[in-house]
Each structure stands twice: as structure tokens, then as C-alpha cells.
Design a protein around this ligand. Structure first.
Ligand SMILES: Nc1ncnc2c1ncn2[C@@H]1O[C@H](COP(=O)(O)OP(=O)(O)OP(=O)(O)O)[C@@H](O)[C@H]1O
Length: 212
């Protein structure tokens, strides 16, 4: 399987945020997008996962368009946003059940349940998102993104708000996914974290991606 974004243009608030972005991510690859605040990193991820329609360009997973794709196609990707205010009244368990229902994914199995422990989410699994700390909500959203064991995991600022142990767990997750032949796309402004991943680092600047 391969993620391919070609010629992505997106204009927001009268500004060309993305002006011809090309991005490819294949099996076992980790694509890291860095860039200044407001560079358009989150916008790019939202386009890649199909939440935001590009003005021009296309995003495909193994040749199949992500935008308007059937549930079966969208099940192949998981997305952990950096905005954690959504769905405050849901418990973490309910959020994961909702994602499972939307993706029509198989029952949450032992491999997925192991991440409840590994992400330290067991202690707040039955709590509402509104009652959690920022870092706990980040962990909850990551857990929800792993529902359905997606081939492509898209994470916006994974280490933002996480403690050192949480950041190590994210590195382990990425390493495990690499070993399993899965792809990961993430943004970060954490240079040490980007170096620790050892992925393919690109910089988003002026609406375009360039090699680091
Ligand atoms: N829904 C929206 N409506 C209008 N403008 C938006 C919207 N989302 C983002 N923008 C604008 O697009 C630009 C890029 O924002 P984006 O959040 O993608 O940047 P970023 O690189 O992720 O920044 P940060 O590092 O601060 O998270 C900003 O100028 C922002 O104001």
C-alpha cells in the first residue's frame, strides 16, 4: 500500500496555505513534516485524511481516492488530531467505540487493548474527555486512532503535551508499525523527537514541502 498526495493546493482565509504539495509514504516509512507555526502542517494532515477537500490535487491510498472514499478505504487510515476539545462528553471507551462503529471495524481485540495499558489510558478509560488533562486527551486520541489497526497512522504533533515516558511510548509505537510494514505520517516541531524517529523529514514552508 502507498499514500500519495499530488499537487495539493488549499486556500484558507484568503491565503494560499498549501501551494502544490507532493508527498509519498510507502510501507514501513515514517514521513515527518516540520515547519513554523501557521505553516500549514495541520491543514496538510486534514487534507490527507480526507477531512478537508483540497482546491486542487488528489490524495490516494494505493491508487484509491481518499476523498469521498467508502468506509472500507477509510478504515485503512487513523488520525490523531492535535485539537483535543472535540466530543467532551464522551468517555474514552465511548470515543473508541464510536470510531469503531464509524469505520465498521472488527471488535476491539487484544492487540488493540494492549495499547490501553501501553498508553497509560487504563486509569482514565471510563472517564469523559472533558475531565482529562491535555496529555491524557492526547493519549486518548492516539488510542482512538489505532482502532481498526490502520495501515496509515496520521498524528498531528504527537509529543505535544506528552511527558517523557509518553514520548517514548510514541517512539515504540512508530517502531512497531515500521516493523509491521505500516506507514506513519506525523508533524512535529520537536527536533530531538524528529531525529529520534529517523524518518524521512521534510519542511513545509511557503506552502511547499522541501527535503530537510
Ligand atoms: N479552518 C480554517 N479556516 C481558516 N483558516 C484556517 C483554518 N485552519 C487553518 N487556517 C489557517 O491556515 C494556516 C495554517 O494553519 P495550520 O494549523 O495548518 O498550521 P500549522 O503549521 O499546523 O501550525 P502550528 O504549528 O501552529 O500547529 C494558518 O494561517 C491558519 O490561520
Amino acid at each position: 500500500m502507498t499514500l500519495e498526495a499530488t499537487g495539493i493546493h488549499k486556500r484558507l482565509s484568503g491565503r494560499d496555505v498549501l501551494s502544490g504539495v507532493d508527498l509519498r509514504c510507502g510501507p514501513s516509512e515514517v514521513a515527518v513534516v516540520m515547519g513554523e507555526n501557521g505553516a500549514g502542517k495541520s491543514t496538510l494532515l486534514r487534507v490527507v485524511v480526507g477531512l478537508l477537500e483540497p482546491d486542487r490535487g488528489a490524495v490516494t491510498l494505493s491508487g484509491e481516492a481518499v476523498h469521498g472514499a467508502a468506509v472500507a478505504a477509510r478504515r485503512r487510515l487513523g488520525y490523531a488530531p492535535d485539537a483535543t476539545e472535540a466530543l467532551p462528553d464522551l468517555q474514552v471507551a465511548e470515543l473508541c467505540a464510536l470510531v469503531r462503529a464509524l469505520k465498521q471495524a472488527p471488535p476491539l481485540d487484544g492487540a488493540w487493548r494492549a495499547w490501553i495499558e501501553r498508553l497509560g489510558a487504563a486509569a482514565f478509560y471510563r472517564q469523559r474527555l472533558s475531565g482529562l488533562s491535555f496529555g491524557q486527551r492526547k493519549r486518548a486520541l492516539l488510542l482512538a486512532a489505532l482502532v481498526g489497526d490502520p495501515w496509515l497512522l496520521v498524528i498531528d504533533e504527537p509529543t505535544n503535551g506528552l511527558d517523557a515516558e509518553g514520548a517514548r511510548t510514541v517512539l515504540e509505537l512508530i517502531e512497531q508499525r515500521r516493523a509491521e510494514g505500516k506507514a506513519t505520517l506525523l508533524t512535529t516541531n520537536d527536533a530531538a523527537f524528529a531525529a529520534a524517529i529517523g524518518g524521512h523529514v521534510r519542511r513545509l514552508n511557503g506552502g511547499r514541502l522541501s527535503e530537510e
